[in-house]
Design a protein around this ligand. Structure first.
Ligand SMILES: O=P(O)(O)OC[C@H]1O[C@H](O[C@H]2O[C@H](CO)[C@@H](O)[C@H](O)[C@H]2O)[C@H](O)[C@@H](O)[C@@H]1O
Ligand SMILES: O=c1ccn([C@@H]2O[C@H](COP(=O)(O)OP(=O)(O)O)[C@@H](O)[C@H]2O)c(=O)[nH]1
Length: 735
């Protein structure tokens, strides 16, 4: 493995300019801390935007900035203020951010900012390309850089590229509204590993890949030409030790060492010892649900006046993206709400809401976390929400209650908190009452479990797991690549072919000699294919067999006049040199009347699917259905059929977008072996694309040359990427 290159919009350091001197101060943020184990030593480089506009960086300043960054293992991408407008404030935060957080009405679809996004992504990609070598591992972060993986992969296919999305990936119904949806997906698919915080984001992404790009997805792997892309979830953790150590240290503070904020918090506690402090911390962002939270708090005070003066809500809202109009409007809305609620409920000795609009240093965050009895975090959508995890980590005596929105990614791992729907004010109000009155033992019991989990799956583990998975993916890909028919291997196969005395060739049809079509009857042979097969078939000492699951009628229509040898229905029928089909196997078909109605009921309930009836098998095709729905129905049908056929000698064969029910003893492997027996072949070749061809690959003698079309798990010795490559290969059989 070469070096590691990390790339994110923001660098893990902040530049401080003092007169002419520049210092790079490491950021305290989760990502920066989490990546410490990955970003260390001279083998690692972090590329990102410095936070300054190109106009702000004078010729004199630039070398100083570069030096300060270099000392921290960083290198900058310079962006002009116009680029920052279109890329950061524009496409990233006015299009992708609202869309991916389900704020469809806030999403602006501006071609200009899309173009700037593309250009800036290219800048980041170029910065990587300038430094990257073949065996480097590259980790790209977040929604600002979704096109970078493809841009890098194109130029440096041998690097390993991982991408992690820190925000939600929305459902297909939302994502499909993006005018540049395919470009974004293709950009991401330049990666070898794509990570999300939760399984839901992962499945939304896979669904969009299937539906919009029509790519084959098996479990969590996407097959794309000569690459296999893995998609997985890695819930990001926090630097648990940092927060729990800081909280322990905080406990030891004396009156002299306490912060000003802590003193104020103490005064409050002493004056109203029974009153509970409720805390919320977020960037001032509409996705965080701050305004709704204030409304819910007001609702609670009105509905339960007995709790007035018994609670205080501290809101810390950190300024964010304030150039974007929605954020400015939100700021105004929150200012007004806080004013109104405080005006309505405040008494001489009590203000219900303390509101801070600023960012606080780490020590003050610890003051807030450790002093609050309840954390109330109610995002409407949130990729993860690390604040929830940080609050729990600082509770050294394990007391404290976390009320958390179900819509935060972290809710998936924090089931022991009080989970609420941020739109349900009654539920929030009830949760507040439950939290206020929760016995200490219960708080401790809940938090003990949470703390154990957070301590174990901390941010370092998150980063290491991602890297480990990326390196494993590299090995998987290399295994695939090692089986690709390289020019050298192909040359030797062709030499073997031409020097052999007697050859036997098996060609699968659909997905191998010909591409797929929504209507299987329209996937007939073209003139080039006829010409190719004619020439191979005309060679001396060469037995060619088209071996397919197709029915005999179709094959007769397409090929009988050509006098090719044909094996149809997976090995039930054989036709030699233009003669009519005869049975290769003695089998029954009386079971079909029992199975047909079941398939018909699935056709009725699955628009686009249909039944193909062959003499000895029934096939249910679902290529033309909604991909997710079709797959779901296929699983359902397999379950139904498996129990129905338990006592018959039948099998359900899962082909490419088709389920076929046929006699167990019949398969392409058995049929192929029958053609081998009794003949002296010194060159045997088989090529096919799907599961049904695996029988051939398995059964044929060890020295047979077996080739799989597409990068999927196989028993075949070699791969070719697609049907175009199949034809290139076969054309080499002709001298
Ligand atoms: O860089 P900014 O525009 O100021 O925004 C700050 C960051 O916000 C986003 O954070 C997300 O990542 C967190 C960690 O994975 C996650 O807990 C949270 O739910 C997300 O919203 C954004 O993804 C970052 O790129 C920004 O830097
Ligand atoms: O004044 C503040 C308030 C918050 N935070 C940190 O900002 C992060 C917010 O992360 P989160 O995942 O909750 O939301 P995001 O802002 O990334 O959407 C947390 O690590 C907080 O500790 C901070 O550094 N200073």
């Amino acid at each position: 493995m070469g070096k590691t290159i990390i790339i994110s919009n923001r660098l893990p350091v902040q530049l401080q300019i003092d007169n002419d001197s520049i210092t790079a101060i490491p950021s305290v943020g989760g990502l920066a801390t989490g990546m410490k184990s990955v970003h260390s030593g001279s083998d690692s480089l972090w590329i990102g935007w410095s936070g300054l506009t190109q106009e702000e960086i004078s010729e004199e300043l630039e070398p100083k900035i570069d030096k300060a960054l270099k000392e921290n293992g960083c290198s900058k991408v310079s962006l002009t203020s116009e680029e920052i407008d279109g890329f950061y404030y524009g496409f990233s935060n006015r299009t992708i951010w609202p869309l991916f957080h389900y704020f469809l009405e806030y999403s602006e679809f501006e071609t200009d900012s899309w173009n700037t996004y593309k250009a800036v992504n290219q800048k980041f990609a170029d910065a990587i390309l300038e430094k990257a070598e073949d065996d480097d591992v590259i980790w790209v972060h977040d929604y600002q850089l979704m096109l970078v993986p493809e841009m890098v992969k194109e130029k440096r296919p041998n690097t390993s590229i991982g991408f992690f999305l820190h925000i939600p990936f929305p459902s297909y119904e939302i994502f499909r509204t993006l005018p540049w949806r395919k470009e974004v997906l293709r950009g991401l698919l330049g990666s070898d590993l794509i990570g999300f915080h939760t399984y839901d984001y992962e499945r939304h992404f896979l669904s969009s890949v299937r539906r919009l790009l029509g790519l084959e997805v098996s479990f969590n792997e996407i097959n794309l030409e000569d690459r296999v892309i893995k998609v997985d979830s890695f819930p990001m953790g926090i630097d648990y030790k940092k927060f729990s150590d800081a909280a322990s240290k905080h406990e030891k503070n004396t009156a002299d060492t306490q912060s000003e904020l802590q003193r104020r918090l103490n005064v409050h506690k002493e004056s109203t010892p029974d009153a509970k402090l409720i805390l919320s911390i977020d960037r001032l962002d509409y996705s965080k649900g701050i305004a709704k939270r204030l409304n819910a708090f007001e609702y609670f005070l009105k509905k339960h006046p007995e709790y007035q003066e018994k609670v205080r809500l501290i809101i810390l809202a950190v300024p964010s993206r304030s150039n974007v109009p929605q954020y400015q409007l939100l700021k105004k809305e929150i200012d007004e709400l806080v004013g109104r609620i405080n005006g309505e409920f405040a008494t001489v000795s009590w203000t219900p809401i303390w509101y801070f609009y600023r960012s606080m240093p780490f020590e003050n965050l610890i003051d807030l976390y450790t002093s609050s009895d309840i954390a109330l975090l109610t995002p409407i959508r949130d990729g993860m929400n690390l604040v929830a995890k940080e609050y729990i980590a600082t509770r050294t005596d394990k007391t404290g209650v976390l009320i958390l929105s179900e819509m935060a990614g972290s809710a998936n791992e924090m089931n022991e908190s009080l989970l609420i729907n941020p739109n349900n004010f009654d539920q929030i109000s009830d949760a507040l009452i439950q939290a206020i009155n929760m016995p200490k033992e219960e708080q401790i019991a809940r938090n003990s479990i949470l703390q154990k989990r957070l301590e174990r799956y901390n941010v370092e583990k998150w980063a290491n797991d991602f890297m480990k998975s990326l390196l494993e993916q590299r090995e998987t890909t290399q295994k695939f690549i090692s089986k690709l028919l390289t020019k050298k291997t192909l040359d030797s196969v062709i030499d073997q072919y031409h020097s052999s005395k007697r050859r036997l060739l098996f060609f699968d049809y659909d997905g191998t000699l010909s591409g797929f079509h929504v209507d299987p009857q329209k996937a007939g042979p073209d003139e080039d294919l006829y010409a190719l097969l004619d020439k191979i078939n005309a060679q001396d000492n060469t037995d060619v067999y088209l071996i397919s699951g197709r029915d005999t009628d179709t094959f007769k229509r397409w090929f009988l006049h050509k006098k090719y040898n044909m094996i149809a229905e997976h090995g039930v029928w054989l036709s030699k040199e233009g003669e009519d089909f005869t049975l290769l196997e003695q089998i029954k078909n009386d079971w079909m009347s029992k199975i047909r109605p079941v398939l018909e009921s699935f056709v009725d309930r699955t628009p686009g699917s249909f039944i193909e009836e062959k003499t000895y098998s029934l096939a249910w095709h679902y290529r033309n259905t909604d991909p997710d729905f079709g797959k779901k129905r296929a699983t359902e049908l397999t379950t139904v059929l498996t129990s129905l056929i338990a006592n018959d000698d039948l099998t359900v064969l899962a082909g490419n977008k088709v389920l076929e029910i046929k006699n167990s003893g019949v398969n392409k492997g058995r049929a192929a072996i029958k053609m081998v027996t009794g003949n002296e072949y010194d060159f045997i070749f088989a090529i096919g694309d799907d599961w049904t061809d695996e029988y051939m690959f398995e059964e044929l003698p060890d020295d047979a040359v077996t080739v799989k079309v597409g990068m999927q798990k196989t028993q075949a010795k070699y791969y070719v990427e697609n049907t175009k490559k199949v034809r290139d290969l076969l054309s080499r059989f002709i001298k």
